[in-house]
Design a protein around this ligand. Sequence first.
Ligand code: FES
Length: 112
Amino acid sequence: MALAEDHRSVVARDVPFPMRDLLHVPRERYYDRGFYELEKEYLWPRVWQMACRLEEIPQPGDFVEYEICDQSILVVRQPDLSVKAFHNACRHRATQLCSGSGRLPGGQIVCP
Ligand code: FES
């Protein structure tokens, strides 16, 4: 735990535009490019994301594209009704596989 505590204290010390109270979020946090880059590196990869609601993908092959920062993720209902998420890029040339939401043709992800 010492490593995690050390990491937290370093991050907390270096956060720009600190919150001085719980009711006031400094406006710079909404538009500052440097703050956005810090969020991309330290926040969004480490927290759970609300990618979609299960009701949006009721049938096998249903998908929703979830975008966060420069990442695009496909959330797909599986034949056994479980849910999996995939990078929305083919392995060959990183072509985007799907956009928006819908049902995968033939229930499979296919590079266009
Ligand atoms: S671009 Fe070749 S498989 Fe996607």
